[in-house]
Ligand binder design. Structure first.
Ligand code: GLA
Length: 728
């Protein structure tokens, strides 16, 4: 029989709060008299604070006791919990089947707080508590990394008898009340990561992703900030739920004054059941703060992803991908010819997309059968791989290992491996179904098939696709998304362990799987199937809230985009890809010498600025005209920068407005140049700031900026800044 542990909160001697500070961010964690920890502050660095100053800070944050309320000051605590008077979304929910525990929901007091070790890589504080009456042991870990990114996660252990059915394990972080505006993202296929903004009013703004993958509409970040924040202005906080399966990310404001950003995995009833002693670990909730708009907020995420992405070289190879060049029309002759032209313009990696495996003549058949189709490749892929590598390029291959067509040997031989939740298979999506990766033999077969390809062929890179939602699926009678997501991670981990040099791209019908957990196991994301540069100007900008530019694929397609039928000049298409992981997805075999020379010069330019892309800071200087979008990369030491200025609508109405180039060193002088001659019909401004010999200080460039010429609709300019005074 459990003994009630708490009739009234035990009173403990006040202890000074913990102050974690790293990477220009402070986090203050205090405990109330009942021993419950609470984040009192996350954001601006607070400088050196001794114990007395911290104690005074905690006193200043103590709420009063309102009329018609609990008798004690109401504190939210580290885990928002209704039993302690929190009126919003509870952090922990579940129920017990069997056993003797008495309380329905956990309410955790008396936490043990472990302060960070002095010499650790991260400033980590771990808080643990057990509610014996409910049988929950909970551990919340908060860590600040060197870039000031906050990593938070919650683990739950079933510490009583009987089974604990988890409903939700959310991690929430408080932000300041003056953050009164929200930004989140939504989208669909070919329109991923579209921003939506609104005032942050009371209630819960919750973005649930229930697609069995991260989702084209997943919010990426939930941002709260001071009104009208931009890429360069306003105080902002943001969280990202790092998970590739079902998940939620939310912002919540209560009448009691809570302002929380939170997230966690979305669990279906019965999906995670903890036997006595078992533990569930939530996804990481990554939190970033910036005093000066979205760009510095993103830099903390970028630093983290650059650190964890397994083998990310800072300089990414230029890719040619065969999809929009040939679709399913594959042959050794045709692709060898394409590879020859690709090599001649400077491509460094040739990626054979969908269509090479057994029975895959179109998208209705073949998924699941990961052997080379002898009908198309009578000598196997070896001759193409040799052809590509002999021309100095790496070879990459498209796979979609989690999927199966019913028209495949795999589905015919093993119908039980098709993941579903009923007698009839789930509705088809692009004629395909999901392979049950929790079925150990299905898992082993797909892993072994991939290993066989990697062992046999010189494959440097896999483009890993996932082209449908996963809904209404069970494994052994339990909702399957949680287990399927873990099996996907395990598969990536096993392949990487066997082939440590292998690089992987995360694709999911374009940008349906973009999150920090998949990027901990892959080297690049494919943000969208649209390579229409006008769409991409927006889409890349918002995707880069989380993803650094060198990990984001961006391809030059043919003149008319296949997804929108809009036509753009090569300079607009290439400049849009310039500052990312550059690629080509275009049948180059039909190009004349003029087009090839122009493409080659864009690839040369990309290679010149590439050292900055993978190490520098991505910036989006604000411009007063909404028709003008500016994207730049600035070297870490501010010695050089490259900017792409694009008009994204009809003619800019404020085109004389200055472009203020922030993020340079105010005390250094810079020579500015324009990379390209003006386009046909475009205005020349070479006599102005870009005249040879003219130099401007970083301060002048940030405060006054440079005046742009009148820009045509959908026109682009590429500017470069080079510090000429390196002694500063
Ligand atoms: C998905 C991807 C595309 C391409 C096709 C191949 O749609 O997003 O880039 O690889 O699959 O079928």
């Amino acid at each position: 029989m459990n003994t009630p542990r708490r009739s009234s909160p035990p009173s403990r001697a006040p202890e000074p709060p913990l102050h974690l500070t790293r990477g220009g961010v402070s986090l203050v964690l205090a405990r109330d008299k009942g021993g419950v920890p609470e984040v009192l502050h996350w954001g601006a660095p607070l400088g050196d604070l001794d114990d007395a100053a911290l104690t005074h800070l905690a006193a200043a944050r103590r709420p009063g006791v309102a009329n018609s309320s609990y008798n004690l000051p109401r504190r939210t605590g580290l885990v928002p919990d209704g039993a302690r008077g929190f009126s919003g979304t509870p952090g922990l929910e579940g129920h017990r089947v069997g056993g003797t525990a008495r309380a329905a929901a956990p309410s955790l007091v008396e936490w043990e707080v472990r302060a960070p070790a002095e010499d650790a890589d991260l400033a980590v504080v771990t808080c643990t508590s057990t509610d014996d009456e409910a049988g929950w042991t909970v551990e919340v870990e908060l860590a600040l990394d060197d870039a000031g990114l906050l990593h938070a996660r919650t683990a739950v252990t079933n510490s009583a008898d009987g089974d604990l059915h988890l409903r939700s394990v959310l991690t929430a972080l408080p932000v300041a009340a003056h953050a009164t505006e929200l930004l989140d993202l939504t989208g669909r296929w070919c329109k991923e990561r579209s921003p939506q903004r609104h005032p942050w009013v009371q209630g819960t703004h919750r973005r649930d992703a229930r697609r069995g993958r991260t989702g084209h509409d997943a919010t990426l970040l939930m941002v709260a900030g001071t009104p009208s924040f931009t890429f360069g202005t306003g105080e902002v906080w943001a969280v990202h739920t790092a998970w590739s399966g079902n998940h939620t990310t939310y912002a919540e404001r209560t009448p009691e004054g809570d302002c929380l950003l939170g997230g966690g995995e979305l669990l279906a009833p019965g999906e995670v059941v903890l036997r006595p002693g078992e533990t569930y670990h939530s996804p990481q909730l990554l939190g970033s703060w910036s005093p000066a708009g979205l760009d510095p907020l993103s830099h903390r995420f970028h630093a983290h992803l650059r650190g964890v992405t397994p083998r990310a070289r800072t300089e990414r190879p230029v890719i040619a991908n065969t999809w929009e060049a040939v679709y399913f029309d594959q042959s050794l002759e045709r692709l060898s010819e394409l590879a020859d032209v690709a090599a001649s313009v400077g491509v460094e990696r040739f990626v054979l997309d969908d269509g090479w495996f057994l029975g895959r003549r179109n998208d209705t058949a073949g998924l699941g059968d990961w052997t080379v189709d002898p009908a198309v490749w009578p000598q196997g892929l070896g001759p193409l791989v040799d052809h590509v590598t002999r021309r100095g390029m790496e070879f990459g291959l498209w796979v979609e290992p989690e999927m199966v067509n019913l028209d495949s040997e795999t589905a015919r031989t093993h119908p039980e491996r098709v993941l579903g939740g009923r007698e009839a298979p789930p509705p088809e999506w692009r004629h395909q179904q999901v392979l049950d990766l929790q079925d150990e033999s299905a898992y082993a077969d797909v892993r072994d098939a991939l290993l066989a390809l990697l062992d046999e062929l010189d494959i440097a890179y896999l483009k890993w696709d996932h082209n449908r939602d996963l809904t209404d699926a069970t494994h052994d009678g339990r909702p399957a998304v949680h287990g399927q997501t873990l099996a996907f991670y395990r598969l990536l981990d096993e392949l990487r362990e066997a082939h440590p040099a292998l690089e992987i791209e995360s694709c999911s019908s374009g940008g349906g799987r973009v999150d920090a957990e998949v990027l901990a196991r892959t080297d690049r994301i494919w943000p969208s199937d649209t390579i229409d540069p006008l769409e991409r100007q927006h889409l890349q900008r918002w995707t880069s809230l989380l993803v650094p530019p060198e990990l984001m694929g961006s391809h030059v397609g043919g003149p008319t985009a296949h997804t929108t039928r809009r036509t753009h000049a090569l300079r607009y298409r290439a400049a849009t890809a310039l500052l990312h992981s550059f690629g080509i997805e275009w049948d180059l075999t039909g190009l004349d010498e003029g087009d090839l020379a122009e493409l080659r010069s864009w690839i040369d330019l990309h290679k010149q600025v590439r050292p900055l892309i993978g190490t520098g800071r991505l910036v989006h200087p604000d411009h007063p005209d909404p028709a003008v979008l500016v994207t730049g990369v600035v070297a870490e030491d501010a010695s050089a920068a490259c900017y792409v200025v694009a008009t994204v609508a009809a003619t800019a109405t404020q085109h004389p407005a200055a472009l203020r180039l922030t993020s340079l060193d105010p005390d250094r002088s810079y020579a500015l140049s324009e990379e390209l001659p003006p386009p046909p019909g475009g205005a020349d401004f070479s006599g102005g700031w870009s005249a040879p010999g003219n130099v401007l200080t970083g301060r002048v460039l940030a405060e006054l900026g440079v005046v742009l010429p009148p820009l045509l609709p959908e026109e682009v300019r590429v500017l470069r800044a080079v510090a000429v005074d390196t002694s500063a």
